[in-house]
Write a protein that binds this ligand. Structure first.
Ligand SMILES: Cc1ncc(COP(=O)(O)O)c(C=O)c1O
Length: 389
């Protein structure tokens, strides 16, 4: 039956790596193409062409701000998530005279490496809040760390990109407010997937990378709460109200704004579809592959619906699992937990104590995925696990 299935789907190509990046929405492409063709002026030029490009830029800023229930003055376009994280962390800390930061060991490298570099340079003391075996942070310890240190910069993500576990960012925001801490939230994996209402959320810095929500690569933004004053990370011209030098990526920004518009308009429907695929894959994997386990939370209330991280039984050729999926036309990402002290493997899986000898694969879904793709992938995985058992 598996063979029939396999033959039937022989030419199937499956993209299950949407946490790495997503396919461009055709409507986004259309919008970018229009701007590329028609709005080639430099938004800083004062002539007609420049003014037209500036109008596009500011319309995009307003559109993004409206969706987040904030003011356009709080949105600063960047080259993506990494730059926005760096800007929030470096400038948020240095320009506010902060000497202590709290993060977790499962943050993205854009956060951890930035904070570690600042610790190494002697700019800050760095504390790590504990995470349990599913990647949930210890909120009591977070409060203790805030209580026992000087004014702090807290950098904790909304959803983990590797295992999908969600943090309660309203609760973190309340704690930060209580102890007068600055709160930077890496929302790269959740922007456009959940509504973020900046009137309600007590967050000082929030981050977007357009390519995670069917927008273009190399563009994103940093939201900075208007009460927080920082200086630029990148000095240059007076772009972005003197906060980020460099001619604006106008087509990228137009694509970002369009991607956000679509994501917000279709959010409920996509969430239902994608959560349905994830739940279906969980039950199919459980039914068809003995000895599998899930890394991170899988409870829909505690887990990002686009990400499913699976550990497979130990096998002779663990490295071959991803390779064989690739041969079968299935793109996913993974590896296994890094052993302590090494930098090989996933630092997130290492931090939650996943067994390094079991191969782990992250499947991440989008609105374009289908049940047939899940069926094909589970059938292929079953075949590979049985052969390698
Ligand atoms: C949680 C998180 N933060 C930051 C980034 C960096 O985004 P970019 O690669 O667009 O700079 C990523 C990208 O994978 C991410 O998943």
């Amino acid at each position: 039956m598996v063979a029939d299935h396999h033959q039937y789907y022989y030419y199937m190509r499956v993209y299950f790596d949407n946490a790495a990046t997503t396919q461009l929405d055709p409507e986004v492409l259309k919008q970018m193409y229009t701007v590329m063709e028609s709005n080639y002026g430099n938004p800083s030029s004062i002539h007609g062409h420049g003014r037209e490009a500036r109008a596009v830029l500011e319309k995009c800023r307003k559109s993004v701000a409206n969706l987040l229930h904030t003011s356009p003055a709080e949105i600063f376009f960047t080259s993506g998530g990494t730059e926005a994280d760096n800007m929030a962390i470096r400038c948020g800390i240095v320009d506010n005279g902060i000497g202590h930061a709290i993060t977790s060991r499962i943050e993205h490298h854009a956060v951890i490496h930035t904070l570690e570099a600042m610790q190494k340079a002697g700019t800050i003391k760095l504390s790590y809040v504990n995470v349990d075996e599913k990647g949930n942070i210890d909120y009591d310890q977070l409060e203790e760390l805030l209580q026992t240190h000087e004014r702090t910069f807290v950098s904790l993500m909304h959803a983990n990109n590797e295992i999908g576990t969600l943090n309660d960012i309203a609760r973190i925001g309340d704690l930060c407010e209580k102890y007068d801490a600055l709160f930077h939230c890496d929302t790269v994996q959740t922007l456009g997937h959940y509504p973020h209402d900046l009137k309600q959320l007590k967050v000082h810095f929030m981050v977007c990378a357009a390519h995670k929500l069917h927008g273009p690569k190399g563009v994103g933004f940093l939201h900075i709460n208007h009460r927080i004053k920082i200086k630029p990370l990148i000095y240059g011209g007076s772009q972005e109200r003197n906060m980020r030098g460099g001619t604006e990526n106008i087509y990228g920004i137009a694509g970002l704004a369009k991607a956000m518009e679509i994501a917000y308009a279709e959010m409920e429907q996509h969430q239902k579809h994608i959560q349905g695929l994830k739940s279906y894959m969980i039950s199919e994997l459980q039914a068809k592959i003995p000895g599998i386990a899930f890394n991170g939370e899988i409870d829909p209330d505690k887990s990002l619906y686009t990400v499913l991280n699976v550990s497979f039984p130990e096998m002779d050729s663990a490295d071959m699992l991803l390779f064989n999926l690739d041969i079968a036309g299935i793109s996913a990402s993974g590896g296994s937990a890094c052993s302590s002290g090494t930098d090989i493997g996933s630092h997130e899986l290492g931090a939650i104590g996943a067994n390094p000898s079991r191969p782990a694969i992250r499947f991440s879904f989008s609105k374009y995925n289908t049940r047939d793709e899940v069926d094909y992938t589970v059938a292929k995985l079953r075949e590979l696990c049985l052969v390698n058992a």
